[in-house]
Ligand binder design. Structure first.
Ligand code: HEC
Ligand code: HEC
Ligand code: HEC
Ligand code: HEC
Ligand code: HEC
Ligand code: HEC
Ligand code: HEC
Ligand code: HEC
Length: 566
């Protein structure tokens, strides 16, 4: 590097460090605000009251044209009994067994007998102990919650559910299960299961942050539909899936729904009835959903160095500390899922997708467009996340490594796809001409498609298609998720690359075998026909005719040449 270049280089670096320090100085502690994109989408000014923001959010949350409800494929399926808990807004009905007008105070009393586990959890929760929080000394790491209680009270005053000057005494069973501030209700008529909007009444900020995923995740080249894939539209992603709607085995299909509920409820990470932030801050809170063959983030993280530090030192961290202070207050020295995914430009929120680029599945449409400013900005945001600990240079080196590694996975998968698609187009898949029932509506037949992992009849899918479905939906995604979470065995050897190689080898093998078999079959048919002497007869006459014609033409040509020589 020349001297001048060096000076510029370091000046640029210092400017970055200065800007970084300023952001910390100006906005510490780092409270996130509802993104501008959301105010714009809702047609609100940033000065909107909590009530105005909540009403606009809720209107959209329940709008079937914007992702609520049973979706466009609802005529193909019916809810089953458990569905009422997974999507309470559309399916919940109270039990008819208890016919009483229950008073606020009676819920805990009777439920101490009926569902003691739930009352005990509630008694341990912040919801059941607001006064204890109010009494905490400022030195307690939970003291930040005092201001949060006031925030909730302000929301309720704005909505007219708490009188000016009154304080919120408790968040009782009745507030969530019948309506905020109610004194009594009919057990067999007024009972509800709280959806995200029910929590959002008190927690407008967290609800707005989660809902903002719809507005900040707008792909530049339609790689995914706006707001997808995200918690905010996770129920929609599931019910709009054709094989999910088509599956006859509704109990099995409802397994998909169990994971796809962050849209319909808020108890994904804070489980009922403790609703604990301590629990939600730990990586295990994500595990029930973010594991397995096509999103094994949990397994990758736990086996990475980051996960190792969490597992060996995490018990010494103070989990009451907010994410925003996790680094400051001498606390975490390795990142958690929450630290990496809830952070954006130094602030933490319930919007998990502000940096996402590769999303659920790496596709050519993403791989070929990483230089688009939308992607570049997000990658820069990742660099500053890592740079909380690592050098900027290390972070870039690793993230570039990740991108290139993922692209290799996309390439080998696309090569195999073209082999499989050609087999399908040539109608050479086993049973394709004889025993390939169409999948049930609204699913449509296709080669090596997602539906083939969940539905089977006759020779649909063929084994080679199943292999390909696993290749793109499982191995390629595991390859990516291991690279993204710094678990080397997960992308080089145990999973990822070495599994992609296996699938490619099997698919190419099958391609040759199927094509050779088709040739042999054609040849055998020809011989058989020849032996029978029947089928080919007309062809023989034509061939003989053509032969005779050729001899005549040849003779005519010779004659002409002889004449021209003469
Ligand atoms: C006299 C006893 C009693 C009182 C008082 C009572 N419950 Fe219940 N509750 C029950 C019983 C019993 C069930 C189980 C009903 C069943 O499984 O059919 C139940 C079930 C429930 C359920 C679960 C319903 C479901 O669909 O799974 C909720 C939530 C609930 N009660 C909330 C409340 C709230 C809130 C109050 C206070 C307003 C309250 N209960 C007061 C006895 C009571
Ligand atoms: C902060 C809100 C909140 C409070 C307070 C609350 N619940 Fe719940 N409760 C929930 C949520 C969320 C669900 C799950 C809803 C779903 O699955 O759609 C639930 C589900 C239930 C269920 C049925 C599901 C199951 O797993 O059994 C019962 C019973 C229940 N609550 C009882 C109670 C009782 C009793 C109290 C008071 C001690 C109480 N709840 C207080 C939020 C709350
Ligand atoms: C009647 C108002 C009200 C309702 C309804 C309500 N909450 Fe709360 N919640 C509070 C208050 C007040 C606090 C304490 C201040 C804070 O931490 O925000 C709190 C705290 C919390 C916390 C932090 C707990 C901790 O360990 O620090 C979580 C998580 C939470 N609520 C989740 C929920 C969920 C999920 C729902 C819906 C199922 C819900 N709340 C419904 C009022 C409410
Ligand atoms: C993906 C996991 C996840 C989901 C889903 C989730 N939360 Fe949280 N929530 C967290 C984490 C992690 C924290 C701690 C944040 C922090 O320390 O800054 C938190 C904190 C909170 C708090 C306490 C505020 C604080 O910062 O301490 C409330 C209240 C809350 N969440 C409400 C909700 C509501 C309402 C929903 C549904 C709209 C929801 N959460 C859905 C993970 C989640
Ligand atoms: C050190 C930071 C870090 C930690 C810790 C981490 N991740 Fe990630 N995660 C990433 C990066 C980087 C990507 C790829 C981002 C991209 O799309 O470019 C990613 C991708 C993802 C994606 C796909 C969406 C996206 O943003 O691209 C999910 C889902 C995910 N991680 C979940 C988790 C879960 C669950 C955990 C904990 C078990 C976890 N992550 C831990 C950094 C992290
Ligand atoms: C109840 C299940 C559930 C839990 C718990 C859960 N998630 Fe998710 N998450 C999902 C589903 C389902 C999707 C995909 C939604 C869709 O298909 O649109 C998703 C999507 C995401 C995405 C965006 C993926 C993308 O492709 O852009 C991120 C990032 C993410 N989750 C991180 C987390 C983290 C971190 C935690 C824990 C703090 C967590 N989630 C907890 C179910 C869950
Ligand atoms: C163990 C939990 C879990 C189960 C079971 C599950 N999913 Fe998902 N699903 C997720 C998570 C988490 C993501 C997002 C992961 C990411 O982006 O990295 C996701 C992503 C998706 C996506 C892509 C995102 C989008 O917005 O379009 C679709 C579609 C989907 N799932 C449908 C289904 C269907 C259909 C089933 C059942 C056949 C199913 N899921 C079963 C957790 C689950
Ligand atoms: C809170 C601090 C922290 C953050 C933030 C963080 N890391 Fe780390 N990282 C660590 C620690 C500590 C280690 C273990 C270092 C060692 O092995 O000596 C580590 C190790 C690694 C390793 C393995 C290095 C090795 O020598 O085996 C990689 C790769 C890595 N991090 C990538 C990232 C990326 C990429 C990001 C951002 C997406 C990130 N880290 C964010 C603390 C962090």
């Amino acid at each position: 590097m020349s001297y001048l270049k060096k000076v510029f280089h370091y000046a640029a670096r210092l400017a970055r460090i200065f800007a970084f320090a300023m952001t910390f100085a100006l906005c510490a502690p780092a409270f996130a605000e509802t993104p501008d994109e959301t105010y714009k989408a809702l047609g609100l000014a940033k000065t909107a009251s909590p009530k105005q923001l909540y009403d606009a959010l809720t209107k959209r949350y329940y709008d079937e044209a914007q992702g609520a409800g049973k979706g466009s494929l609802s005529k193909y399926w019916e809810p089953i009994p458990i569905s009422k808990y997974l999507n309470p807004h559309d399916f919940y009905q109270p039990p008819q067994t208890i016919d009483i007008d229950a008073q606020r105070g009676q819920c805990v009393e009777c439920h101490n007998q009926v569902t003691p586990g739930w009352t005990h959890s509630w008694q341990k929760s912040v919801h059941g102990n607001l006064d204890d929080i109010r009494k905490l000394p400022d030195s307690d790491s939970r003291a930040y919650k005092k201001a949060m209680i006031e925030g909730v009270e302000n929301n309720l005053r704005s909505m007219g559910t708490l009188k000016a000057g009154d304080t919120l005494k408790e968040v009782g069973c009745i507030d969530c299960h019948m309506g905020v501030g109610k004194d009594h209700g009919q057990h067999n008529a007024d009972l509800k299961m709280p959806d995200a909007a029910a929590c959002g009444q008190c927690h407008v900020q967290q609800f707005a942050e989660r809902e903002s995923e719809r507005d900040t995740y707008t792909w530049p080249q339609d790689q995914w539909a706006p707001g997808h894939p995200s918690h905010a539209l996770s129920y929609k992603a599931n019910v709009e899936n054709a094989v999910w709607a088509a599956m006859e085995q509704r109990e099995v299909a409802e397994g998909c729904t169990f994971c796809h509920t962050p849209q319909t409820t808020c108890n994904s990470c804070h489980t009922r009835h403790e609703f604990s932030t301590v629990q939600a801050r730990k990586p295990q809170a994500c595990a029930i959903c973010h594991n397995g063959v096509d999103h094994n983030e949990f397994e990758n993280y736990m086996l990475s160095k980051h996960g190792t530090i969490y597992q060996t030192r995490g018990d010494a961290w103070d989990w009451n500390v907010r994410l925003a202070d996790a680094m400051e207050k001498d606390n975490q020295n390795a990142p958690t899922c929450q630290f990496c995914h809830m952070e954006y430009e130094g602030k933490f929120s319930h919007n998990m997708v502000r940096k996402a680029r590769w999303a659920f599945e790496p596709t050519p449409k993403i791989a070929d467009n990483l230089n688009h400013p939308w992607f570049v900005k997000r990658k820069e945001a990742w660099v500053s996340t890592c740079a909380n600990c690592h050098s900027d240079r290390f972070a870039r080196a690793y993230l570039d490594d990740m991108d290139k590694g993922i692209i290799s996975g996309v390439k080998i998968t696309e090569e195999a796809r073209s082999v499989l698609v050609k087999l399908y187009a040539d109608r050479l898949l086993p049973g394709q001409k004889t025993n390939r029932p169409a999948p049930p509506a609204p699913e449509k037949d296709d080669a090596g498609a997602f539906f083939q992992l969940f539905w089977q009849k006759g020779n649909n899918p063929s084994a080679v298609e199943y292999e390909f479905a696993e290749m793109w939906e499982h191995h390629k995604i595991k390859h990516y998720k291991a690279l993204a979470h710094a678990n080397p065995g997960g992308y080089t050897y145990t999973d990822g690359w070495s599994q992609l190689i296996k699938s490619a080898a099997k698919i190419n093998d099958e391609d040759i075998k199927l094509r050779e078999a088709a040739e042999i079959r054609a040849e055998l048919n020809r011989i058989a026909r020849e032996r029978r002497g029947e089928v080919d007869a007309p062809w023989r006459i034509i061939a003989a005719g053509l032969g005779a014609l050729a001899i005549l033409l040849g003779a005519a040509l010779l004659l002409r040449r002889d004449r021209s020589k003469a």
